[in-house]
Design a binder for this molecule. Structure first.
Ligand SMILES: Nc1ncnc2c1ncn2[C@@H]1O[C@H](COP(=O)(O)OP(=O)(O)OP(=O)(O)O)[C@@H](O)[C@H]1O
Ligand SMILES: [Mg+2]
Length: 346
């Protein structure tokens, strides 16, 4: 009922509601919100009060008193905590616009290919409750491909591998739709976890998750260095034996060993996709190769690791952390040209 007036007063938004990061794209302005999907609460007498959202909340992770809870409401690309997710989305949407009953934006959100009907409904409902006029859903691999600049409407097949915080989605697209897709619960979070476990088992030190992420992002590599240990970095944690603060060194070789399992699982998902598609599309992939998106695409030598295994050309998309949000924005602008791919109700 507020349709035409509403669009004059507000900005339509494309939202990438990720396990690690939430981004909002607004046409004409680009990405206007880019924040960790984290909320910090103060809990008193059983009542919760939001004290920080995004970067400020992430800063508090792992170092809060008992009265403060730091929550990541998204898990594996879907909502794990509905109430917190809604608060977070509302907070970010208000940063873009003052959402009111007279000015409710039209919103498109991307959802993992593997999300169930219930999970999709929860995502749509949280965006509507946060103040959207309508909430359309688009499969994440299609958004990632659009954001990476791929021509998805033609008959030429392409493969997109989106390595996020919670999941890696491998998809083969043709004629604007998904021919094959798979999603594995392996992404940056699991890589951090393997590093934390490695530090405990091999270096006898409890490493914090934020330290693990920082080390993975700066020095992490998908392949064991060909000669020597590679670069080294020191970090602090709690010693396994005495429990006192301690400092040790970790090398790129050690990090690559720690990351071996997540990298192997991603390789295998790509290999399975290659085996499951029709031969005509295999021929297209031979020509076009694989495009990597998501934060995990920034892991050093992940492109080489995937090339060695699949023999396909592997390209890292420009600005891989932003592809899904940019692509969701492109989908919003394309509207009906994308046909039934954007699902406005279910
Ligand atoms: N340089 C880097 N090397 C390796 N990993 C990185 C790098 N930079 C960021 N990452 C990781 O990328 C992940 C975040 O990526 P992204 O924002 O694409 O995930 P997301 O969209 O929130 O998650 P999902 O798509 O699974 O819901 C984090 O785990 C982060 O640690
Ligand atoms: Mg993502």
């Amino acid at each position: 009922m507020f349709g035409p007036l509403s669009s004059l007063l507000t900005h339509d938004m494309a939202i990438d509601l990720g396990t690690a990061n939430t981004l909002i794209h607004v046409s004409g302005s680009g990405i206007v919100v880019d924040e960790p999907s984290v909320v910090a609460y103060h809990v008193k007498d059983g009542r919760k009060r939001v004290i920080a959202v995004g970067k400020a909340a992430k800063e508090m992770q792992g170092r809060t008193p008992r009265s403060i809870q730091v929550v990541r409401p998204m898990r594996d690309g879907v909502i794990a905590d509905f109430a917190v997710a809604e608060e977070m989305i509302k907070y970010f949407m208000r940063r873009v616009d003052r959402v009111s009953v007279f000015a409710k934006p039209k919103v498109i959100v991307c959802v993992p290919h593997g999300a169930t009907a219930v999970e999709k409904r929860a995502i749509r409902q949280s965006v509507l409750s946060a103040g959207a006029r309508t909430a359309g859903l688009i499969p994440e691999p299609i958004a990632a491909a659009l954001g990476a600049g791929l021509e998805i409407l033609g008959p030429q097949g392409c493969m997109i591998v989106d390595i996020g915080g919670g999941t890696t989605e491998v998809a083969v697209l043709s004629m604007g739709d998904i021919v094959y897709a798979t999603s594995i619960r392996v992404g940056g979070d699991y890589m951090d976890e393997t590093l934390v476990n490695y530090a405990l088992d091999e270096l006898s030190i409890h490493m914090g998750y934020r330290t693990a992420e920082r080390i993975k992002n700066s020095l992490g590599t998908a392949r064991i260095p060909e000669d020597g240990a590679g670069e080294k970095v020191s970090f602090q944690g709690r010693s396994k034996d005495g429990g006192h603060p301690a400092e040790v060194y970790i090398s790129q070789r050690m990090i690559a060993e720690a990351l071996r399992d997540p990298v192997d699982q991603i390789r295998r998902a790509v290999s399975t996709a290659c085996h499951r598609i029709p031969p005509e599309l295999s021929a297209d992939l031979w020509e076009n190769g694989i495009v990597l998106t998501g934060g995990g695409a920034l892991l050093k030598e992940i492109d080489i690791a995937l090339h060695e295994y699949s023999k396909l050309t592997v390209t890292i998309a420009e600005d891989p952390l932003k592809c899904v949000a940019t692509g969701t924005g492109i989908a919003l602008a394309m509207g009906k040209r994308l046909g039934p791919i954007i699902d406005f109700e279910s």
